[in-house]
Ligand binder design. Structure first.
Ligand code: ZN
Length: 263
C-alpha cells in the first residue's frame, strides 16, 4: 500500500524515511525483502523507498551523458517501487529524478522526490527549462524532495530554484557540506527544510534538536549502507521527551506525507 495516511492502528508508528530499494543491482542486496529481513525486533512499520543511484545514472563517469537505455533503466527502477504493495508494511515510493526531469512519470502514489548527486558525479542541468517545469510540478503536488547535493547546489536549490518546496537534507547534511555549514547558512531554521538522521552522529542529532526542535527531523537508516536497527538505536539514545521521539520516528514523516497532493 502507499496511502498518504498511515493505514494501521499503531498510535506511534515508526517509519524509515531513507531506504534504497532496487532489484536491478544486487551488490549489496537491496530489495524490500532484504530490508525487511533486517527488521526482526524493530517495530518499523513502513519506509520511504528510493531507487539505488546506480539504477539511475552512471555515478562513476563524471562526463556521463544520458541515453535511451539509461532512461529505460531509470523508468524501470522508479516503476518497481510502485509494485511493492504489501498488506503488512507501508511503502512510500519516492520518484528519483534525473536530467530528463521526467515529471510526467509522477503518479498519484508518489510521496516524494529523490534528488541526488555527489561532487564527483555527473551534474544536474539546473538551467534546463525542464528543470524549472519539474520543480513547478513538485511544488504543485507539495512533494518533499530528499536533496543530496554538494553545498553550493544545496544552497542554490533551497534559496532560489525550489523556493517554497519542502526539502529533506539527508544525513543531517553530512554529504551536503556538513551539518555546521548548513547551520551557519541558516538553512535548518527555514520552515521548509527538514533533516533525516541516517548515518548522522548522535551529537549532531542532539544539537539539531536542541536548536531547531523535533518537528522537522525524520528517522532514516540509509539501508543498505546503514543498518536500520542500529540507526533506530540512536534515536532511542537521544535525551528527549517521548513525544518528541514519536514525532522523529514517524509522526513528522506522516504529517509531511499527508500534505502531498496525489494529482
Ligand atoms: Zn542514501
Amino acid at each position: 500500500m502507499s496511502l498518504g495516511d498511515y493505514p494501521f492502528q499503531d498510535p506511534h508508528p515508526i517509519i524509515d524515511a531513507h531506504v534504497h530499494c532496487g532489484v536491478q543491482v544486487h551488490y549489496p542486496p537491496q530489495s524490500l525483502a532484504d530490508y525487511r529481513s533486517l527488521l526482526t525486533g524493530a517495530r518499523i512499520a513502513g519506509a520511504a523507498l528510493f531507487a539505488p543511484v546506480i539504477e539511475i545514472y552512471d555515478r562513476n563517469d563524471p562526463e556521463f551523458q544520458d541515453t535511451p537505455a539509461w532512461q529505460n533503466r531509470r523508468r524501470a527502477a522508479n516503476q518497481h517501487l510502485l509494485t511493492l504493495e504489501d498488506p503488512e508494511f507501508a511503502v512510500y515510493p519516492y520518484f528519483f529524478i534525473w536530467n530528463d526531469f521526467a515529471a510526467d512519470q509522477l503518479g498519484p502514489d508518489h510521496k516524494g522526490i529523490k534528488w541526488h548527486r555527489h561532487d564527483d558525479e555527473p551534474v544536474y542541468h539546473y538551467d534546463d527549462p525542464r528543470c524549472a517545469a519539474a520543480v513547478a510540478e513538485i511544488r504543485r503536488r507539495n512533494l518533499p524532495v530528499v536533496l543530496e547535493e554538494e553545498y553550493e547546489n544545496t544552497v542554490r536549490f533551497i534559496e532560489e530554484i525550489a523556493e517554497g518546496v519542502r526539502v529533506i537534507i539527508p544525513h543531517l547534511g553530512l554529504l551536503n557540506g556538513g551539518f555546521h555549514r548548513i547551520r551557519q547558512r541558516g538553512l535548518w531554521e527555514l520552515p521548509t527544510v527538514y533533516g533525516d538522521t541516517a548515518l548522522a552522529s548522535l551529537q549532531d542529532i542532539q544539537t539539531y534538536i536542541d536548536e531547531f526542535g523535533p518537528d522537522r527531523l525524520l528517522f532514516g537508516s540509509d539501508f543498505p549502507f546503514g543498518d536500520p536497527r542500529r540507526e533506530l538505536g540512536k534515536i532511542y539514545n537521544l535525551d528527549i521527551s517521548e513525544e518528541a521521539r514519536a514525532r522523529i520516528l514517524g509522526g513528522n514523516f506522516l504529517r509531511l506525507t499527508g500534505e502531498v497532493q496525489s494529482d
